[in-house]
Design a protein around this ligand. Sequence first.
Ligand SMILES: [Zn+2]
Ligand SMILES: [Zn+2]
Length: 126
Amino acid sequence: MGIEFKKEGNVCERCHKLDTDVGKMTHYKNHELDKLLCQDCIKEIEDYYSLKCSKCGKPAHLRGNLIEYEHEKICTICMDEIKMKKIIKEEQKEVRKNFIKSNWAKWITFGLTITGIIVALLAIGI
Ligand SMILES: [Zn+2]
Ligand SMILES: [Zn+2]
């Protein structure tokens, strides 16, 4: 029975459509695949394997899937790098902010002390 069914038409092993519906089937043997596929599926697969990370230029399938980031499609590894850099930058910003804050406190204390001295001197009546 199964053999008879095959005679009627080939089925794409990916989308399961019949060649009578989607056209010619091709035995696809690229990218470690060995399947009977329709032209649409082959195109999708070819597109997938030709995708490259817009940051490092490496084929996407070698670096996990692509992620949309600031209108660019980048790989997960580049994404991780960006995330890491962001965290480091945030930390540096935080350190700088704290440094400025602590300096401010110092300057205000210093200013108040000077003002206090001046006021005291004025009060004495120089
Ligand atoms: Zn298909
Ligand atoms: Zn990348």
